[in-house]
Design a protein around this ligand. Structure first.
Ligand code: KG4
Ligand code: ZN
Length: 358
């Protein structure tokens, strides 16, 4: 029996220090041997957002400990590791550097290949850690920094259908939560607030709903939340505003996803349509239900990562690392951090096809 490759993955692009080990398997679903995540919520909450210098310092303090913990939990001997994968971008440059330098050090000490990973590709492929996924599939990537519809044609092959022209969806959740006095990071708690309110109490705008193709916009919604919040008279109305926000987001995603389905079907003539929703915001149960509904209505199968794989983690980085390792797509130790690394070629241009508003 041939030995299965084992990849150690590292993620330090923002405020999670994470290390995981995954192993190749015969059924095409890599086995997660360990998946350790240390969040920095407590460090940043008093500032209402991530402070890059504090985040980087915390990564530096913890990375060795987290890596040791992940190796111990995996029951893998250090000389059994086949390669080291690490997020090289996008993210906060001083945070990315901590992970990348640690990864390069490990790879050169162990004399194994080093592989730089696009963090967004980790999210994009994350359901592959538990589901067999065939290319091409439609992807909605909704996280703290990105909101995009993409066609995933294969490893490293992305075609953008639309993107946010201002704020990312996670950012809209976090900013709305802040306005409502909810502690950072507000997204998950805002969802709880919304469950206690009347979603029809406040009418909020849905920017560029019927124009701009699959592009998204949330900045106008945030302004409306700020204005409406000044009129709030009691605690119940806070819940009502959260519920109205949640409902508005669900309705925007319903319409835009339908548009993305239409475009995907035009380009791809297969009778099996898969729709993956990934990134931190994909943990939101209201959004999941709405997107399941629109998928069923349009003959798409909706696929969501397990909840523990929606937010930032290193298992998704190790898994992409394993795919690249099998293709011998290694990087040399000069690889630099890429704070703005896009997933698709179009995103390099400010006025790419995905950002027009016709
Ligand atoms: O993917 P992620 O962990 O980090 C980035 O790559 O950005 O996404 C984090 C974002 C945050 O904005 C957080 O508030 C949001 O995902 N988020 C949620 C929920 N859980 C996390 N937003 C809405 N509802 C949730 N349940
Ligand atoms: Zn992320």
């Amino acid at each position: 029996m041939t030995k299965k490759s084992i990849i150690l993955g590292i993620e330090t692009s923002c405020d999670e220090t994470a290390v995981a080990l995954v192993q190749d398997s015969d059924d095409d679903i890599p086995k997660i041997l360990s998946n350790v995540i240390s969040s920095q919520f407590d460090i940043h909450k008093e500032f209402g957002g991530v402070v890059p210098e504090l985040a980087a310092r915390s990564h530096l303090e913890k990375i060795n400990l987290i890596a040791n913990k992940a190796i111990l939990e995996s029951n893998v001997k250090i000389n059994e590791i086949s390669g080291i994968a690490c997020t090289s971008g996008p993210g906060l440059i001083i945070c990315l550097s901590v992970g990348l330098n640690f990864a390069k050090g490990m790879a050169s000490a162990l004399k194994v290949p080093f592989i730089g990973i696009n963090h967004l590709e980790g999210h994009a492929l994350s359901p592959k850690l538990h589901t067999k996924l065939r290319y091409p599939y439609l992807l909605l990537l909704i996280s703290g920094g990105h909101s995009q519809y993409l066609i995933v044609n294969g490893l490293g092959e992305y075609e953008r259908l639309g993107t946010t022209i201002d704020d990312a969806l996670g950012e809209a959740y976090d900013k709305t939560a802040k306005i409502l006095g909810i502690e950072f990071p507000g997204g998950p708690k805002l969802e709880e607030f919304a469950k206690r309110g009347n979603p029809n109490k406040f009418k909020l705008p849905k920017p560029i709903l019927n124009k701009g193709g699959c592009n998204l916009s949330f900045a106008g919604l945030k302004t409306a939340i700020l204005r409406t919040s000044r009129e709030i008279k009691n605690e119940q109305e806070k819940f009502d505003l959260a519920a109205s926000f949640q409902k508005t987001i669900e309705e925007i995603l319903y319409v835009k996803t339908k548009e993305a389905f239409k475009r995907f079907k035009k380009i791809n003539t297969t009778n099996k349509y898969n729709f993956v929703v990934a990134g931190g915001v994909a943990a939101n149960s209201g959004i999941r239900n709405k997107l399941k509904k629109v998928s069923e209505e349009n003959n798409f199968k909706s696929i969501f990562p397990d909840l523990k794989l929606c937010g930032d983690n290193a298992a998704m980085i190790a898994m992409v690392g394993l795919e690249k390792f099998k293709n011998k797509q290694f990087d040399n130790l000069e690889l630099a951090t890429s704070p703005r690394l896009p997933l698709d070629e179009n995103a390099k241009f400010l006025k790419g096809p995905g950002v027009t508003l016709d």
